[in-house]
Design a protein around this ligand. Structure first.
Ligand SMILES: Nc1ncnc2c1ncn2[C@@H]1O[C@H](COP(=O)(O)OP(=O)(O)OP(=O)(O)O)[C@@H](O)[C@H]1O
Length: 342
């Protein structure tokens, strides 16, 4: 069980091409990752995610700020101490980074060889890990004989070999098809649940965050622009970046051009109902309207779930007696966030 504390961390690089200038890849970022938490760092390309991950395992050194992994101050360590500390930090990669000339067993054993573990212990651990990731029958296979999902399972087994307290995942499912991605995410959930391993994953995929993370940090331009429980951040995004991510997972409000088209096609009252606190669910909304004899159709939007709580925005067309529709809207306004669009 290991917590990770990132405090006011910045990383500057010399600007490529220009002399004297610097690029701030990570800008005063603070993230507290509790022991046993799955924390997603989401952002577009160039946001600084990979740099931050490399700072956590000490592959890059901070320009300022402090990073604690457990009680160890990664940002202050010398290279030799760091090498030892890294056995407590596993890492998996988008393109798996397996050794092509070694078998699955040898790949998984590799960190144990580096750590100087005795042969018998290595053999025992490899069997245990391959069975955990469901690849016991592939021990003697070579990476090129495996599917992408199987390669990532080997990557996960290898990352767990030295019993790390923290696992860093760098776009671990980005190279996989959606179904295989879900299988790998399910395996990571088991890694977290069965071993209590803290997981920090970077991704540009909203589905990954929704599917696995407890908490999320949204990065933009090197800064952490939004942070919190996944449900809270996605149900009420505060920044454009977070809003754009939510919109990739489900259609939200119609934009003005779309609203014009909806108005042409639908003669009833158009209202947008937002489910954002996890309490109000769809049956309540539809019942409230049906009780007043109002016909309802969903004309746009979507609702999804995080941790069993639903959020999203539905644009509804309400048709019925004018007064009843007004009453319905008033009643609904007591229960959910509602905006009359037309
Ligand atoms: N070694 C380096 N030297 C100079 N600039 C760098 C270096 N590494 C990263 N950068 C710059 O820092 C910024 C953040 O890059 P980083 O790779 O961390 O972002 P990212 O969010 O992981 O994006 P991607 O998903 O595309 O890798 C970018 O502007 C990048 O060009």
């Amino acid at each position: 069980m290991t917590r990770v504390s990132i405090a006011q961390v910045s990383k500057e690089y010399p600007a490529r091409g220009r002399s004297g200038g610097t690029v701030t890849a990570v800008d005063e970022v603070s993230i507290e990752v509790a022991s046993g938490e799955i924390h997603a760092i989401i952002g577009y390309s160039g946001a600084g995610k990979s740099t931050l991950l490399r700072l956590i395992n000490g592959l890059e050194r901070v320009t300022s700020g402090r990073i604690l992994v457990g009680d160890q101050d990664i940002s202050a360590m010398r290279e030799r101490e760091l090498r030892r500390e890294r056995t407590g930090i596993g890492m998996i990669f988008q393109h798996f980074n397996l050794l092509r000339s070694r078998t699955v067993s040898q790949n998984v054993a590799y960190p144990l060889v580096v750590a100087g573990a005795p042969k018998a212990e290595r053999a025992r651990r490899v069997v245990e890990l391959l069975s955990f990731v469901g690849l016991a029958d592939k021990a003697s296979a070579y990476p090129e004989q495996l599917s992408g999902g199987q390669k990532q399972r080997v990557g996960i087994a290898r990352a767990l070999a030295t019993n790390p307290g923290v696992l860093l995942a760098d776009e671990a499912t980005s190279a996989l098809d959606p179904e295989t991605s879900q299988e790998v995410l399910a395996l990571l959930r088991r890694v977290n649940a069965e071993f209590g391993i803290t997981i920090i994953l970077i991704t540009h995929e909203m589905e990954v965050v929704r599917g696995i993370a407890h908490r999320v940090t949204v990065m933009d331009g090197g800064r952490a622009v939004e942070q919190g429980d996944v449900f809270d951040v996605f149900a009420r995004p505060q920044t454009d970046t977070a809003r754009r991510f939510v919109a990739t997972a489900l259609p939200t409000r119609p934009d003005p051009a779309h609203l014009l088209r909806l108005r042409e096609q639908h003669r009833g009252k158009l209202v947008a109902v937002t489910f954002a606190d996890g309490r109000v669910d769809q049956p309540i909304v539809f019942r409230t309207l049906a009780e007043r004899g109002i016909d309802v159709s969903i004309v746009h939007g979507g609702v999804t779930e995080v941790g069993g709580r639903s959020f999203g925005t539905l644009t509804l067309e309400l048709i019925g007696d004018e007064l009843q529709v007004e009453h319905g809207i008033a009643a609904l306004g007591q229960q959910a966030e509602l905006e009359v669009l037309a």
